[in-house]
Design a protein around this ligand. Structure first.
Ligand SMILES: [Zn+2]
Length: 282
């Protein structure tokens, strides 16, 4: 599922492409995905695009916002005047735009379009009041996030309160927002910590190393425009490249480049693929 760097990459492009466009109409092909009254967005101008962990908020001039969670396979693709040169579309945009997997189309002024495609259809789009975005059901439950309100003190206090495996805690969105499986694996390798270790057994030194490692891997993820697993593409229709730069994620069977003593192994922890160097992650 797209994590902080992927959704940040979507946000950065949407800011560039959508701000100042007026939504002229919304075509809804799937009423399960679009929740709310389309009238609440029509004739409104996009004034900003924000991200809360893995959720996007497109804020409009009329006091409403469009919240979007792309979940596993949702894609937001922009076509219109703010895209100077239309890049070749990734093959991950199954069926094209508009196509059989296009569920919502925002028709913008100046012949612009924002398409929402979603093969698995787990994603959602909700129209709510901008004033309620930060306290709304989903966003209100999110823990503080890296590059945001997540301080080292808070990070340490959360870890010291739970015996759960450190990797599982990192991915718990109610504790910390934005970190998912790819970046949790890489941050734990970078900090040389065994993903199975109880969160409250980390030493203060390990806690701060991990805190820094999380920020480092997320920064790399953003730099490479996210990781294109499953269906992730940015609004220009292209893929990210972080999948070619992961540290531990999906490296099973390859030699650990740091200690050169062992090969990465893979096992499942709480149902998620976990990649670890048995020699240097303790
Ligand atoms: Zn190693």
């Amino acid at each position: 599922m797209p994590e902080l760097p992927e959704v940040e990459s979507i946000k950065l492009q949407l800011q560039k492409y959508l701000v100042n466009h007026v939504i002229q109409d919304v075509e809804i092909c799937n009423t399960k995905i679009f929740q709310g009254n389309p009238e609440d967005v029509i004739r409104a101008k996009v004034i900003s695009v924000r991200r809360f962990a893995k959720v996007l908020s497109i804020d409009l001039s009329n006091g409403n916002s469009v919240l979007i969670h792309v979940k596993l396979t949702g894609q937001l693709i922009y076509r219109g005047p703010n895209l100077k040169k239309v890049p070749e579309m990734s093959k991950k945009v199954t069926g094209g735009i508009p196509g059989p997997h296009t569920h919502v189309i925002f028709k913008l002024d100046r012949n612009g379009f924002l398409y929402y495609n979603d093969v698995r259809r787990f994603g959602w789009i909700k129209v709510i009041k901008t004033a309620e975005v930060e306290t709304s059901g989903f966003v209100g439950k999110l823990g503080p996030e890296p590059f945001g309100k997540l301080t080292l003190d808070y990070f340490q206090s959360i870890l010291s309160k739970t015996k759960r495996a450190i990797k599982v805690v990192l991915m718990d969105q109610t504790k910390f927002g934005g970190v998912g499986n790819i970046y949790a694996n890489d941050a734990l390798w970078l900090a040389k910590i065994d993903p199975k270790k109880s969160a409250n057994s980390l030493s203060p030194g390990e806690q701060s190393k991990l805190y820094k490692a999380i920020h480092d891997v997320l920064k790399e993820g953003i730099k490479y425009g996210g990781a294109s697993e499953l269906a992730f593409v940015t609004p220009d229709g292209r893929e990210g490249n972080y999948q070619d730069h992961t540290l531990a994620y999906a490296k099973e069977g390859t030699l650990c480049p740091r200690c050169k003593k062992a090969k990465f192994t893979k096992y499942f922890l709480s149902g998620r693929g976990t990649y670890v160097c048995p020699a240097c992650q303790r």
